[in-house]
Ligand binder design. Sequence first.
Ligand code: GDP
Ligand code: MN
Length: 379
Amino acid sequence: MDLMEYQGKQFFASFGIPVSPGGVADTVDEAVAAAEAAGYPVVVKAQVMVGGRGKAGGVKLANNVDELREHAGNILGLDIKGHIVRRLWIENASDIAEEYYASFTLDRSAKKHLGMLSAEGGVEIEQVAVDNPDAIAKIWVDPVDGLTDAQAREWVAAAKLNPQAVEGAVAILKLLYTAYTEGDADLTEINPLILKPTGEVHALDAKVTLDNNAAFRHEWAEFEATQERDSREQAAHEADLQYVGLDGSVGIIANGAGLAMSTLDVVNQVGGSPANFLDVGGGADAEKFVNALTIIDNDPLVKSIFINIFGGITRGEEVANGIIAALGQIDISSPIVIRLDGTNADEGRALLEPHLGDKLRMEPTMLDAARTVVALANA
Ligand code: GDP
Ligand code: MN
């Protein structure tokens, strides 16, 4: 789950990372109150789940209430890369001497946490990585050992920050690592991390992605409440399905996240484009298939649907019965192609056999099914 900047700052502050005082506002009047509490001059910042707000006119400095009203009025309702601004974060403006970049994320191939630090912050780090990769100092942290003080110091030295910033940066990077690990984040990023003329180091922006699988051990209800989902994702969320919307034409249902991802790959491999990722999980009750099929069939881009099942603990005939019951309850407009394998696949296929026709086809392998479903989508 991605956090908005103000939530990311709230998350950072809970780990002791210094951020500017401020408040949220959904109207111009609320912005005035938040600015008075934060103290002028303030920065008015659009709260949308997308970067590059500054360039898009979503970050403005206001020295007094008149400027504040003007900027707040302009930014509320602004369209930033397809995201409409409905909320502002107003914070006390900082004087900036230098802008840095700092982040932690997981390097799966190294099986370590990857920290990145650059003296060239503020701008898009992807651009720095292309133009001047040497300007990004990287550190790989073994999750068992954690980030030691000595490592953090070496890392800061490698990034060649202003000597004035060293102590503050070391302290913040250690806190950022703690926030990333103990906070169960997949990404913690500060861009810019600033050095003030007075010598303090401070987080001026916050980008945080939390690991949804760890939600049970945190109080994330407030973050959850503001998640932006498209209508398909919202329906899937309410039905408790693991769904990610994509923009292709082949609807996908699989049991198990690994199989669902492989299904996307195979559909791509034979020249198709997946409309979604959907893991129906274990079990085989008809209701799950009703929900899954309804969400996919309501997607106007979907032209055909691939149900890819590998029976495990849930046996093939149970899944077949679930699908048959679901298809008896709803009318699906796109043709469906099923591949059923694994435990009791023969029994499951025998149950499906009498229901086959133009609207429901069955193929013996994943690859055959992918070819058929893609041909139907392109027909
Ligand atoms: P982003 O464009 O979405 O990444 O938004 P940021 O929060 O990073 O803000 C963009 C830029 O606005 C920063 O890189 C700063 O240069 C500037 N900015 C943001 N807050 C302040 C502030 O408090 N004081 C000053 N002087 N500039 C700021
Ligand atoms: Mn930024």
